[in-house]
Design a protein around this ligand. Structure first.
Ligand SMILES: *Cc1c(COP(=O)(O)O)cnc(C)c1O
Length: 396
């Protein structure tokens, strides 16, 4: 029997092992089925074992896996074309993860600053943000839990409260080293925190005034998750830089840092790189994901199913004593309780439902974009029961 004996203990994993999946359903090694309302943390947007992705990967594996970026890679060019078409941005750097995509964005911002003769280029980042686990990205992350024990942290970041444009303006007054603002359109890891509808517009305006780069971390919100291809499209603005990963490969590791021509032009050969980044296999997966999202209209489906799910959850839970808030944007949903509810993770698993708990009190749902209405109803039914049972127990 396999066990964790030789696995470095960075995760307190549940004891379940999944063996296969189909769409939004997973099957464990005992044959028990689960409804996946988490999608491997916003990764498997097309669900599990999607035939188009499986076909693209296996066909590519039979042709060519890897050649390095020392040579042209056709799939990489095709995927970059698609990403630029849907985002309105101009250039793409491919990485293997979200943290690496953010590293590229941070390095780009520093080059941009040095080009303007700013010696200590500094990026404004937000409280409660999450940007990854590498040294620079954990420094950018607004969580002491993520940083503790890894000091010394990286220089060149200052922090502002999220959804507070005045705080960012105040930093601007006192700090002439600022080169960029890096922000999630909706904060995912800290519990689906949705800012005011015009927050990104105000940041865009300020960045324009100051000639700062607006860097959007869309690693979780991108690829249709919020009911637009990218969350910034709700605001009808365009960032200078945007990072993607998670759902881009539907489970094949791939990340991307996109930029406008102006921002990207600071990058020259030799400035940055990645051995694996954008290899033929990963880009074949990315292309299959985008082609499927287009042909199956998954962005519209995410918007509609998200609205349906939010409405149904609000109907069941908003009025319940002990529930602070039920919120969502597309298929990124949060149910915030007035008390800790970490035990709901394993209770839901027991009931055949995969969910996540963030910041101890917030249930986070990230179901696949292919979720059916019946599956959405099942999620609502199970969550309602779990939450009301928990609140009754605690009240008793
Ligand atoms: C998951 C996530 C990351 C980190 O991505 P990894 O692939 O785990 O490095 C960064 N930013 C956001 C917003 C994320 O959700």
């Amino acid at each position: 029997m396999a066990n964790n004996e030789h696995i470095m203990s960075t995760y307190a994993s549940a004891s379940v092992t999944f063996e296969s999946g189909k769409g939004a359903v997973l099957t464990d090694t005992n044959g028990k089925e689960y409804l996946d309302a988490l999608s491997g943390i916003a990764v498997c947007g097309l669900g599990h074992a999607h035939p188009a992705v499986a076909k693209a990967i296996s066909e590519q594996a039979n042709k060519l896996l890897h050649t390095s970026n020392l040579y042209q890679i056709k799939n990489q060019q095709l995927l970059a074309d698609k990403l630029c078409e849907h985002s309105g941005l101009d250039r793409v750097f491919f990485s293997n993860s979200g943290a690496e995509a953010n590293e590229a964005a941070i390095k780009l911002a520093r080059l941009y600053g040095h080009k303007k003769n700013i010696d200590v280029p500094t990026i404004i980042v937000m409280e409660n943000s999450f940007h990854g686990r590498t040294m620079a990205t954990l420094t950018a992350t607004g969580s002491r839990k993520v940083q503790a024990g890894f000091e010394p942290l990286v220089q060149g970041f200052v922090r502002a409260p999220y959804n507070d444009i005045e705080a960012v303006k105040n930093i601007a007054k006192n700090n002439s080293n600022i080169v960029a603002v890096m922000v999630e359109p909706v904060q995912g890891e800290s519990g689906v925190r949705i800012p005011d509808a015009d927050y990104l517009n105000k940041l865009r305006e300020l960045c324009d005034q100051k000639d700062w780069l607006l860097i959007l971390d869309e690693i979780q919100t991108g690829m249709g998750r919020t009911g637009e291809w990218f969350a910034f499209q709700h605001n009808k603005i365009k960032p200078d830089v945007m990072t993607l990963a998670k759902a881009l490969g539907n489970g094949v590791p791939i990340g991307a840092c996109l930029a406008t021509e102006k921002a990207a032009s600071v990058m020259k050969p030799g400035n940055h790189g990645s051995t694996f980044g954008g290899n033929p296999l990963a880009c074949a997966a990315g292309l299959a994901v985008i082609n499927t999202m287009e042909s199956e209209q998954l962005v519209n489906k995410a918007r509609d199913m998200g609205a349906y799910l939010l409405n149904a959850l609000q109907k069941e839970l908003s009025h319940v004593e002990g529930v602070r808030d039920v919120r969502g944007l597309g298929l990124m949903l949060g149910i915030e309780l007035k008390q800790p509810c970490t035990e709901l993770f394993s209770q839901a698993l027991e009931q055949g439902l995969l969910i996540a708990i963030q910041s101890e009190t917030i249930i986070r749902l990230l179901p696949p974009l292919i979720l059916s209405k019946e599956q959405a109803d099942t999620i609502v039914q199970k969550i309602t029961l779990l939450v009301t049972n928990l609140l009754q127990q605690k009240a008793a």
